[in-house]
Design a protein. Structure first.
Length: 159
């Protein structure tokens, strides 16, 4: 037993320190200063942008897939032919593909924050336009605006 106590207190000919710092207040002070970090607050505006960005992702999926179920009522309401149904469904994705390319240029020139806010405004205008549409041309215009906003968001999500 005596020998095992000696092994605990001595390793490689040196005794183990009983404290972390052996009479070195300077070292202790240096370590405390190194461990102090500045606490940074995230601005509220960042949370608002994050919310709208995630809402944009939701709207992309919702708008792309909800149109398939809405085609039945749109056909009856606006007396759409098969050609017009295809145009109204496909125009959003076609315009989104074009504006995904333009979104890169807008992102570089205006910044992510401005593009997100602009896309949210365009989404809102598109929703209002589609909601008050009384003919197929207004509905098509709303779908084109939706494609513009979707294209801006697609670039933000994948870049």
């Amino acid at each position: 037993m005596e020998r095992s106590r000696q092994q605990l207190t001595k390793t490689n000919g040196r005794t183990r320190p009983k404290k972390l710092y052996n009479d070195s207040d300077d070292e202790r002070l240096d370590l405390k200063i190194d461990s102090i970090r500045e606490k940074t607050r995230t601005p509220c505006f960042v949370y608002v942008l994050t919310f709208f960005s995630s809402l944009g992702g939701f709207l992309i999926g919702y708008d792309t897939y909800i149109i398939s179920g809405a085609k039945i009522w749109l056909k009856k309401e606006f007396s759409l032919t098969y050609m017009w149904q295809e145009i109204i469904v496909a125009v959003t994705l076609g315009v989104a593909a074009i504006f995904a390319l333009i979104g890169g240029i807008l992102n570089d020139r205006l910044g992510r924050r401005s593009v997100i806010l602009c896309a949210c405004i365009v989404f809102t205008a598109a929703a209002i336009l589609m909601g008050i549409a009384n003919d197929k041309y207004m509905l098509l215009s709303g779908r084109i605006l939706t494609g513009i906003a979707v294209g801006q968001f697609i670039y933000l999500f994948f870049h």
